[in-house]
Design a binder for this molecule. Structure first.
Ligand code: GLP
Length: 241
């Protein structure tokens, strides 16, 4: 595991964007696994800037997103499809038809999950999977528990996650109670994983995930088993390492 800690936000973002851009330069048809949440936003901003300066193109790339809320309209500003359009897709030359986010409004969610796994198998393997981390160690929306699920599945969001995400909604009552998420096996199949965390509130979970026991009680700890993980942290998030 390569753990890089940065004093300046901009250096973290440019390093993350640089890793994605060099992948696209050497492999224009790369498959990117993308994430939402506040952690990747600066990287997306930097990638947009690189695209505008002619340094990177997404024209032939495909993307698969980790997760999506259940029963939140696709055009709701907090749906992960809206998030991706807003923070990256509409600013770069990607073909929207090559961008995938699970459909949390599918009538048959189990069929949607199976179709999403088939899609990942078809277009994959994912070359680089970008990840944030929840305060409880969740990756995607794979919440801690006595067991984890390998493939894409519907998950009940735990209270801590709903509270953490309530900052994006008018009130906690409007935060969805379920989500569709890629499972841990799908995440671990990516050739490279880029985990990003910022802030002192992530220091403890980063310490547990990267140095603690590998356990389903901290889904991100499974990343210790992956052969190619790069972790980008600000000083505060890396404070306990
Ligand atoms: C959400 C997302 C995760 C993300 C996590 C952390 O729950 N489903 O993919 O990693 O939040 O978010 P943030 O980066 O805003 O701390």
């Amino acid at each position: 595991m390569n753990i890089w800690t940065f004093d300046h936000e901009d250096d973290l973002n440019s390093t993350g964007a640089g890793l994605i851009a060099s992948l696209l330069q050497s492999k224009p048809r790369a498959v990117l696994g993308l994430a939402t949440g506040s952690s990747p936003v600066g990287i997306y901003r930097h990638l947009t800037d690189m695209y505008q300066r002619g340094l990177v193109s997404f024209a032939q790339a495909s993307t698969v997103n980790l997760d999506e809320y259940v029963r939140l309209p696709e055009d709701h500003p907090e749906s992960y499809r809206s998030f991706m359009n807003h923070h990256l897709f509409r600013h770069v030359d990607i073909d929207l038809a090559n961008t995938r986010v699970p459909n949390g409004n599918a009538a048959d969610l189990n069929a949607e999950c199976a179709a999403y796994d088939n899609l990942i198998d078809e277009i994959g393997p994912v070359d680089l999977q970008l990840l944030g981390i929840g305060h409880n160690g969740h990756i995607g929306f794979n919440e801690p528990g006595s067991s984890l699920i390998g493939g894409t599945h519907v998950v009940e969001l735990v209270e801590q996650t709903r509270q953490a995400n309530a900052r994006f909604f008018p009130s906690i009552d409007e935060v969805p109670v379920q989500a569709v998420t890629m499972g841990v096996a799908s995440i671990m199949k990516a050739k490279q994983i880029l985990l990003v965390a910022r802030g002192a509130d992530k220091a403890e979970i980063i310490h547990r995930a990267l140095t603690g026991p590998i356990t389903t009680e901290c889904p991100a700890s499974l990343l210790q088993c992956h052969p190619n993980v790069v972790v980008l942290l600000d000083r505060a998030a890396g404070g306990l390492l």
